[in-house]
Design a protein around this ligand. Structure first.
Ligand SMILES: [Zn+2]
Length: 390
């Protein structure tokens, strides 16, 4: 399973001075094109889903497809929640299969940014999931021109960045050195000295948002100075749109699939161009050898009760409802034996995003109250085993 720890993946990139593409997807064509592009280049890749795009697709359905794509990929993959707006968003992202989350409170004053980011770090780290914070303000929204979301670009200060990392415990930091989200008129002017000073002060993987529009030499310069994750969306969306326009001009009677015919190819070409430029091509095997595989846990309980079918069903319904809300829980499923003579009549199948999440769950007050108050008193006859899934 080529889902790997994002922290391991990015630390490899940081050590070897290349950058991994974190490509935002908004529908299946993007997902397929990004994975195909990474596979063609034998590159590690981050599949990224931005909360600002959730109005365009169903996050839960998109995550199911993203997890399936990651599992069958031939290159190391991480799944990232991009620009998570709240603690609840991060909990939901992890529940749906993200193994990295970003919390974006960079528009808030420093103290408030620290407070919100630290809350997400505490929750996510308890689930074994690394966190990206942002300090300084990158104008605009993913895929929308900065002109529409003006706001001053606020540059990241190196000393403040070090303090931010110390107070929040973030694993990666998105910095503001002159890029903006979306398209820019003219070439952006980057503050490379500032970036080098931040890299020197922090020594952890740095992230750039608003990569579209940077020149090749600019990309090389920021990667030399510690940038190891590049968020990239607008240029992919533009390539897709250009392909659709070209098809519409070529065949004015084309239907939906006709218009979409070349979209995957167009996105994939841009993905491959970036991957080669950023130096992650050919790194898949080295990352797979070094990065820990991301192994989810299945917590299996088989049990019997003398309390009767009705009370058993009510207890399971209560558990499904309450336990699924604990951070790091991927699913809570219950079942009843198909055969009447089964040794155990009922089961729980509870999925966790990691061993850490399983440990966190065990001591979580909601679980403790349910287990002691409802479940254990009625289920004297039970076995429990936790499995790391292959
Ligand atoms: Zn961004």
């Amino acid at each position: 399973m080529p889902l790997v720890h994002m922290g391991d993946m990015l630390r490899h990139a940081h050590r070897h001075r290349y950058a991994v593409g974190a490509f935002d997807l908004v529908e299946l064509s993007f997902l397929e094109a990004i994975v195909a592009g990474a596979e063609a280049c034998a590159a590690p890749v981050i599949l990224s889903l931005a909360e600002s795009h959730f109005e365009h697709y169903d996050f839960e359905l998109a995550m199911a497809a993203t997890v399936a794509a990651a599992r069958r990929a031939r290159v190391p993959v991480a799944i990232h929640l991009d620009h998570g707006a709240s603690l609840e968003s991060a909990v939901r992202g992890i529940a749906l299969g993200c193994n990295g989350v970003m919390v974006d409170a960079s528009h808030e004053p420093f103290e408030e940014n620290v407070r919100r980011t630290r809350a997400v770090v505490e929750m996510a780290h308890a689930c074994g999931v690394p966190v990206e914070g942002e300090l300084g303000y990158v104008a605009g929204v993913e895929g929308e021109d900065a002109e529409k979301h003006p706001g001053e670009v606020v540059y990241t200060a190196p000393e403040e960045a070090a303090e931010f990392v110390r107070q929040t415990g973030v694993d990666f930091l998105a910095v503001s050195i002159g890029t903006v989200h979306g398209r820019l008129r003219g070439e952006p002017r980057l503050d490379l000295e500032r970036l080098a000073a931040i890299d020197e002060a922090l020594g952890l993987p740095l992230v750039i948002h608003g990569g579209t529009g940077l020149g090749d030499a600019q990309f090389r310069a920021i990667i030399e100075r510690g940038v190891t994750k590049i968020n990239y969306y607008t240029a992919l969306a533009d390539a897709a749109a250009a392909s659709i326009r070209a098809r519409a001009a070529e065949d004015p009677r084309a239907g939906y699939t006709g218009l979409m015919r070349d979209v995957r190819r167009a996105i994939r070409d841009e993905v491959e161009r970036c991957i080669r430029l950023w130096g992650s091509a050919g790194r898949a095997a080295a990352v797979l050898a070094e990065a820990r595989p991301w192994r989810e846990i299945e917590h299996v309980i088989l049990w019997n009760t003398d309390a009767g079918e009705e009370r058993a069903a009510a207890a399971m319904a209560e558990g499904r409802e309450k336990l699924a809300r604990i951070p790091g829980v991927r699913h809570v499923r219950t079942g009843t034996a198909v055969d009447a003579d089964a040794r155990y009549r009922y089961c729980w199948l509870i999925g966790f995003s990691s061993v850490a999440a399983r440990d966190h769950y065990r001591d979580h007050p909601v679980h403790v109250a349910y287990a002691d108050g409802t479940f254990r008193p009625m289920a004297g006859d039970r076995v429990r085993v936790d499995y790391a899934l292959d």
